[in-house]
Ligand binder design. Structure first.
Ligand SMILES: *Cc1c(COP(=O)(O)O)cnc(C)c1O
Length: 393
């Protein structure tokens, strides 16, 4: 009785607008830029409404009409998405802003929001005939890929820096992936993956180098709308590495406008990075359209240890078009705010979540956040995955 979904109509280059076939495996566009999946939103506008979502399964597949997987039996499910949006009145009082919500992505399978992107990417890669997948990772993407690959019965090759948090390394191993540890950063790991892609035919699941991780992450935008009872917050603070989630939510808002769910208003989007690796913050402050790679990247927030991002121009566009900003936070402040957030909310956040709370305090002090703003803080992972890691500054 499972119904096939319409899926995407085509893929579109985010830089040139050129169109490509969505029904075969695709990487970057010929221009070397990310591809976005496009849907016939006009055709589903009448039926894919907020009211139609009521009573659907409490995971990201509730948004199946705007996801690329056509065959329901191709979905690889571990319970990804529809994480709680937690009202945090004591944290709001501490920060001195109107209302604070914590989107607790640490409750996803594998303890981070990477489950959303990799759940989609692995499902779609399998549906389109990939026989093995591979990716470089700062850690959490590797364990999410390992989990979904295991669930799908698809071999997974992961390359991570050797100083990746130990719990994540153990997790990747336990999930049966082929794991390589490398003395270097995620960008160095990317070179090893590229070799396997060229020589062994692995399908490359690197951030934004295939079109579907961003489709999984965009569901966070749909969830915020639903969980806030049909509206969006004033400000979204997002810990940014490759930026998939921020780019994904920005895409979701455009889709929601085309579907008639929202108007042209948007939340102010804020990128939060580590002081020891802040290429997007630097580019934002310089008014640049793209970001130069960060040298000697160092932070214990491994998800933020990303010196360069292929979607840099898309992140910067979203920050500027939304009236947002970009903030860098030193590691020791992340650690302080992990504790404050924990004591105020009951959520044991990853350092990336602590970074976002620390950034909110800075933005309240600078006046960017007003005393009546409604703010969503993304805690992107569970603190349990970083036990034993220490701030580097
Ligand atoms: C990967 C990761 C990030 C960065 O996410 P992007 O969407 O790539 O910017 C933030 N926090 C955690 C815990 C992560 O694993």
């Amino acid at each position: 009785m499972a119904e096939f979904m319409p899926g995407a109509t085509h893929l579109e280059c985010t830089a040139t607008g050129e169109r490509f076939d969505s029904e075969r495996l695709q990487g970057l566009s010929p221009a070397g830029k990310p591809l976005f999946a496009r849907y016939d939103l006009a055709a589903i506008r009448e039926t894919f409404t907020p009211a139609a979502l009521r009573g659907r399964r409490p995971d990201l597949w509730r948004y199946a009409e705007v996801l690329p997987v056509r065959d329901p039996s191709a979905r690889v499910c571990l319970g990804e998405g529809f994480t709680p949006l937690l009202d945090a009145p004591r944290l709001a009082r501490r920060l001195g802003t109107g209302r604070v919500w914590v989107k607790d992505e640490g409750q996803n399978p594998t303890g981070s929001f990477k489950a959303r992107g990799l759940g989609l990417a692995v499902s779609r890669a399998k549906e389109l005939g990939a026989e093995a997948v591979a990716l470089p990772s700062a850690g959490n993407a590797g364990s999410a890929a390992a989990a979904y690959g295991a669930a799908a019965g698809l071999p997974v090759h992961v390359v991570v820096p050797q100083d990746t948090p130990r719990p994540i390394v153990e997790e990747i191993r336990a999930l049966g992936a082929d794991l390589q540890l490398l003395d270097g950063l995620i960008t160095d790991c990317g070179r090893v993956v590229k070799q396997g892609v060229e020589e062994k035919g692995w399908f490359d699941l690197s951030t934004l180098k295939e079109p579907y991780r961003v489709e999984g992450k965009k569901t966070m935008g749909y969830e915020l709308f639903e969980q806030l009872g049909g509206r969006l917050p004033d400000v979204i603070l997002y810990p940014t590495g490759g930026g998939t989630g921020l780019i994904g939510m920005w895409k979701a808002f455009d889709e929601m406008e085309a579907l008639g769910w929202i108007g042209s208003e948007r939340p102010r989007m804020v990128t939060v990075q580590a002081a020891g690796c802040a290429p997007m913050v630097r580019a934002f402050e310089e008014g640049a359209a793209s970001a130069e790679a960060w040298q000697n990247a160092a932070t214990y927030a491994s998800g933020l240890r990303v010196p360069g991002a292929v979607g840099d121009f898309l992140i910067l566009q979203a920050l500027r078009e939304s009236g947002g900003t970009a903030v860098a936070v030193p590691d020791h402040e992340m650690a302080t705010w992990v504790h404050r957030m924990g004591a105020d909310t009951g959520v044991f956040a990853a350092p990336e979540g602590g970074a976002v709370a620390a950034a909110a305090a800075k933005l309240r002090a600078s006046g960017f956040l007003a005393d009546d703003d409604e703010v969503v803080l993304f805690n992107t992972g569970s603190g349990l995955k970083y036990v034993g890691m220490e701030p580097v500054d």
